[in-house]
Design a protein around this ligand. Sequence first.
Ligand SMILES: Cc1cc2nc3c(=O)[nH]c(=O)nc-3n(C[C@H](O)[C@H](O)[C@H](O)COP(=O)(O)OP(=O)(O)OC[C@H]3O[C@@H](n4cnc5c(N)ncnc54)[C@H](O)[C@@H]3O)c2cc1C
Length: 489
Amino acid sequence: MLAKREVTESNTQWAQGGIAAALSDEDEISLHLQDTLQAGDGLCNPEAAKVLVEDAPERIDELIQWGTEFDRQGTKLTFGREGAHSRNRILHAHGDSTGREILRALYAKSKTLKNISVREFEFSTDLIVEDGRVCGIHLINERGEKQQMSASAVLLATGGMGQLYRNTTNPAVATGDGVAMAFRAGAEVSDMEFIQFHPTALYLKNAPRFLLSEALRGEGAYLRNIELHRFMLKYHPMGELAPRDVVARAILHELEVSQVKDPFVYLDLTHLDPDHVKKRFPRIYATCMEFNIDITADMIPIRPAAHYAMGGVRTDLMGRCTLPGLYAAGEAAATGVHGANRLASNSLLEGLVFGARAGKTMLDELRHPPASAAKSRRAVSNGPVDTATEEVIREVQDLMWRDVGIVRTGTGLKAAIEHLNRLAPRVAHPQTRRGHEAQNLHALGLLVARSALAREESRGAHYRTDFPVHNDAKFLKHSITKADTIRFA
Ligand SMILES: Cc1cc2nc3c(=O)[nH]c(=O)nc-3n(C[C@H](O)[C@H](O)[C@H](O)COP(=O)(O)OP(=O)(O)OC[C@H]3O[C@@H](n4cnc5c(N)ncnc54)[C@H](O)[C@@H]3O)c2cc1C
């Protein structure tokens, strides 16, 4: 297992709210399925969604056996509620550190297994394909040397691509490398136009866009505009618990009409029991306190930020990509479970369920011994930071935020594609890790913008003012991109 930085530098480490599974007495697997399909806005792959919710209890049991400590009352697991879930079904750990706890337990378990070795600071740059089959990877190792590694099968679990956008809840490693690598190697990618923007990220100058979990609204937090009015019921009958895309667009609209320079809206928990808030959300409480915001007494300034990629490398129900020898799981994969919009707390689960399935299937591949890839060692630079690369990344992030963000138009998308095409020579021939990230972000920007332009409708997280409604006749389908062609199927 290779990670480009410390294993703890990942989206998983930051996942706060929890992991969904129909395990409580009042819940049913069929209700979890129904909520998942509804959030996906007609575009979930129902078979994949069924696998997700049906495999969930077994995977959670396994996590518990491996030492994951989910929060309990006495001996009973406690279940929280999040937006668009019809039942309390979100398991959480240490209040709001669910991802960190799952990662801790999985990493500890992996250390007890002799057949798993973990190498940090090894940056995969490309897949090696021979005779139409993936048989290894190119990488830059810890010492900054280029190297090749052969493999009977490769699983991409490279996470999200939030770094495509100027405002994101994702950590710096989330540059979508795996999706870009798979696309370059000739694998199909799917549903790239669907990027979920989290409605509530901390908005303070010089502070990271720290995520303020949906679970806060699940516990009763209100959204208030700059005039302190609650506004969500104007936009959706579920109010603050409406689907994320609805809440993000409602906030954007409130920002636009506020006539304030550099506007924001507030998340308000001041009416909730302070002791409960501190106990339930210790990490959010502590982080906001670092910025002098006491969330039990002060309202929190927030804005939306890019959060989750529904699309990625297209896989089947066993995690297989369209390129033999290649697998994907987690946020890098497009299994179809999220459709056009992810149901909160289904993504940690997706990684577990389809990661396990892919792992089992990959064992079969061991029957095909890898062709031994020659190991070349050529020193490249691991740094220092090169300003030209940083500038081009910044330019991509700005144009994506402006023209391929929460609200899109055909004109904006075409402008974004032209702009990205002009930037192409500046990211060709990367010589550093950061250079590879720039090249990957650029490729993904084009994939997202082109898919968004092709989808002439609005659905889930993809919203176009020039096509503001669903077009089921033409677009109740997934976008699938391979090389230069996009098709809907
Ligand atoms: C702030 C935040 C809160 C969230 N809250 C929740 C939640 O409550 N519930 C939920 O279900 N989901 C949540 N999500 C989403 C969820 O955390 C992610 O979708 C999920 O953790 C992704 O897991 P992953 O294993 O696919 O990727 P990650 O956990 O991001 O891991 C990717 C790994 O791949 C490595 N990597 C990437 N590129 C390379 C490369 N080129 N070479 C080598 N290694 C590479 C990275 O270093 C990293 O170790 C949240 C996300 C964020 C950002």
